[in-house]
Design a protein around this ligand. Structure first.
Ligand code: HEM
Ligand code: HEM
Length: 161
């Protein structure tokens, strides 16, 4: 299958919307911590749901759209001149991010809706891994843009390098 020259506007919009929602879920997780003698989450509720759960479910829903769109349209080749090892690193880094973006909310759902207690701990580990890998990913993107000056970040903002 031939690959598109750029990320689509939908891919760019979903990338940044999901990144913001993940940050939102990260900064609201304390809402879910259960203190002895208190079973209800505190903080902002969105209808029947704690804000943390609403943000996490939004990540999951938008991610499904993103994965289907990606499967149908594909993504551009890495920027010209990327050495083979860096290509593989980017490919596997992106796969890892997709896997963690799927698995973290799924474990959260198993805890919140399935009542499976060990899933809570798994959820915490997966969410922490997701945020750490995403921070490393962002640092690499900024390094490409600012030091290598190969236009990597522009591909995900303006849509071209
Ligand atoms: C990518 C999105 C998400 C991130 C980054 C995230 C992050 C976190 C973090 C860091 C904790 C703290 C764990 C702890 O201190 O015990 C937590 C707890 C929790 N989250 Fe999420 N979460 C996300 C999505 C979701 C979703 C979709 C749900 C449910 C539908 C959910 C439900 C919960 C529950 C129930 C807890 C409490 C777990 C426990 O203490 O047993 N989260 N989340
Ligand atoms: C929670 C935060 C984030 C997550 C989960 C995330 C995830 C991803 C994923 C999975 C891709 C691959 C897209 C694909 O091939 O379908 C990607 C691409 C990209 N991301 Fe992020 N991202 C996050 C935050 C950021 C931030 C903060 C920046 C910039 C500072 C950034 C810059 C980029 C760039 C430039 C690309 C395109 C790379 C290329 O051209 O190959 N991302 N991101």
């Amino acid at each position: 299958m031939s690959r598109p020259a750029t990320y689509s506007r939908l891919q760019i919009g979903l990338h940044w919307a999901i990144a913001l929602l993940i940050a939102g879920a990260w900064f609201t997780h304390e809402q879910m911590e259960r203190e002895p003698g208190r079973s209800e989450p505190d903080g902002l509720m969105i209808g029947p749901m704690p804000l943390h759960v609403a943000l996490g479910l939004a990540v999951f829903a938008l991610l499904l759209v993103r994965i289907v769109h990606r499967a149908m349209r594909g993504v551009p080749e890495p920027v010209a001149g990327t050495p083979p090892l860096a290509r593989r690193a980017a490919e596997w880094g992106h796969r890892l991010l997709y896997a963690l973006m799927l698995a973290a909310p799924l474990a959260g759902m198993a805890r919140a809706f399935g009542g499976i207690e060990p899933a809570g701990e798994l959820h915490e580990m997966l969410a922490t891994a997701l945020v750490l890998v995403a921070l490393a990913h962002a640092a690499v993107a900024v390094f490409h843009q600012a030091v290598l000056r190969d236009g990597t970040l522009s591909r995900m903002t303006r849509g071209r390098a």
